[in-house]
Design a protein around this ligand. Sequence first.
Ligand code: DC
Length: 227
Amino acid sequence: MKKITVAIDGYSSCGKSTIARQLAHYAGYTYVDTGAMYRAVALFMMQDSRCRTDNPVADLIPLLPQINIGFALQPDGSQHTILNGRDVENEIRGLEVGSMASQVSPVKEVREYLVAQQQRMGAQKGIVMDGRDIGTVVFPDAELKLFLTASPEVRAQRRFRELQLKGADPVFADVLADVNDRDWRDTHRKESPLRQAADAVVVDNSQMTPEEQMKVVIGLFNKAAGV
Ligand code: DC
């Protein structure tokens, strides 16, 4: 069976990483979470003593070649992000790192550095990669491009529940405002804004169960891979 490249893009909190991970498992492919790579760069900047001036992003740029990011498969099948040999999976998932990631991800030099790594990771195909610019910039020739979406209200509701499960006491209107705010930033930045590739298949999962969505995605994959 020929190996293909699967590019998954979409808004925040629409379940990209879950579907990407499940599809990679189904296909026996490597999964790469590019959001984790932007988060790891943000964490490096927050922790490195050389990024302490008024403009830490400018301090970061010459240090980019010192940032090594990899992924380590865990016995339970999940993946942990490794930054310069250190497992940072838990650290990068915090709100503060997430917000810093949205400040480093619009920076041209950061994107060029990470996109080159992502292209090397996918050079042999057999990869499922998710992010914001995978079908447009990283792998414009991917055989299967998915653009995942769900209404802002549905995504806010999902995030609201996740926060509650973590023991927080969120206000729905604030969560919805944050979702809308992130969408605006992702789609309006100068460097590689989030947009749907012309040849991407849109999957709106607002009204789908995870199982229904997976069925649709596996159908699209089998067709693209010639299964
Ligand atoms: O998907 P996420 O929340 O883990 O992404 C973290 C940040 O990185 C978010 O601000 C969007 C950005 N990002 C990006 O600009 N390009 C990608 N390919 C992936 C994520």
